[in-house]
Design a protein around this ligand. Sequence first.
Ligand code: 5AD
Ligand code: SF4
Length: 467
Amino acid sequence: MNSLSPFSVATPQPSTASVRGLHVITWGCQMNVYDSERMTDVLRPLGYRAVGTPEAADMIILNTCHIRDRAAEKVFSELGRLRKVKEARAERGEGTVLAVAGCVAQAEGKEILARAPYVDIVLGPQTYHRLPEMVARAARAAGAVIETDFPVEQKFDFLPADRVAPAGGSAFLTIQEGCDKFCSFCVVPYTRGAESSRPAAAVIAEARQLAAAGIAEITLLGQNVNAYHGEGPDGATWGLARLARVLADEVGIQRIRYTTSHPRDMEDDLIAAHRDLPQLMPFLHLPVQSGSDRVLAAMNRGHTADEYRTLVARLRDARPDLALSSDFIVGHPGETDADFADTMRLIGEIGFAQAYSFKYSSRPGTPAAGAGMQVPEDVKDARLQELQAVLRVQQDAFNAATVGQVVPVLFTGRGRKPGQISGKSPWLQAVNVEGPDSLIGRIATVAVGHTYTNSLGGVLTEEADRA
Ligand code: 5AD
Ligand code: SF4
């Protein structure tokens, strides 16, 4: 997702008195952000429009993430809060449909309805296209509605063709879902189901719509995005490289990214696309999880640390300015000090521009959860601290190396300070400058002058020329 990195987004838009309010709370990965947008699209014909607060919403959707620890508790605590909102609205004579979507809904649907009977709809990620029908059923109030199958029909075939492009020039586009890799620690194969890819023509059509709406950057999403193998318009199976070429050369997308990738699916033609396509941004999230061959095998990752090193070398050969990002897990069952030292060595050798790192946490039903040799919590804490300290140094060094460069920035919105606009460098660094709102949604060059903890500052080059 990027990866399934943790962030939380609400989708506020102005409310209109004559329509019904919809408030979607999104947790988890970019795929959930995309799904929330598409659920909003599905509900639009029913008169639902996004509103900024749950209090103003006739329907509230909590789109959940199950990837790491305590996901269910977090959901129940948020539901407790939303229950109060629903009750307060009921006192004013306003009904509220409360829905729980996403991976926690998929995994714990029955438990949700048992513990939170005020929830009206529970829906898994494969059933969003059926939302209008579920809303109608919930309105008929024959009890709560639960839809967590993996239906035979493809949800993408049933989602509306019209997609509202997000503001800011950058959009997500899901091209692949599910995962068959069954890493020892991961719930995704159970919550998102088997791998499936959208037909290339459908992806291209959606990209054309986005381009026509002024979108400059598309991030192709999938739990295993580089395992993409969609049916091509010519009847052949298309891989990600072929799709990216069409998006770049025929659809005219200026910036293409994809996430999350698995090292095992990094085919030769995709590496070649990084050499040939300037539109393919020089930043790749390629999770390695561990640098120890023993742990990688226990995780069922299907590659060794050296294979990862070789892959990175080939990618850098193809695209010398490619920056890498990764996910790491410390304290997988059986991880020894020596294994952890191997991870630290790999990090030192590769040099990551950015990374997400987590303490292993047991997910019920996954193979690692039942494994012996669980690593004590204090050991995990110490390893995580050590690893994050090094990754921080690497990220700072990477950002510092941008100072003095002139980089193209896609401005996606206003900055935090008045008069500032904010955007992304090719390497996915946040960049803030003083500049006009008219640049939002467009690419302009910035002379980078400073680094901050998680962002860069600078001046628009036209202004730099004048100074
Ligand atoms: N414990 C810790 N981290 C996990 N991740 C996935 N499952 C677990 C788990 N059980 C991390 C992996 C993955 C990222 C999205 O979340 O690093 O790449
Ligand atoms: Fe989970 Fe592994 Fe699939 Fe990634 S590749 S979604 S970590 S099972």
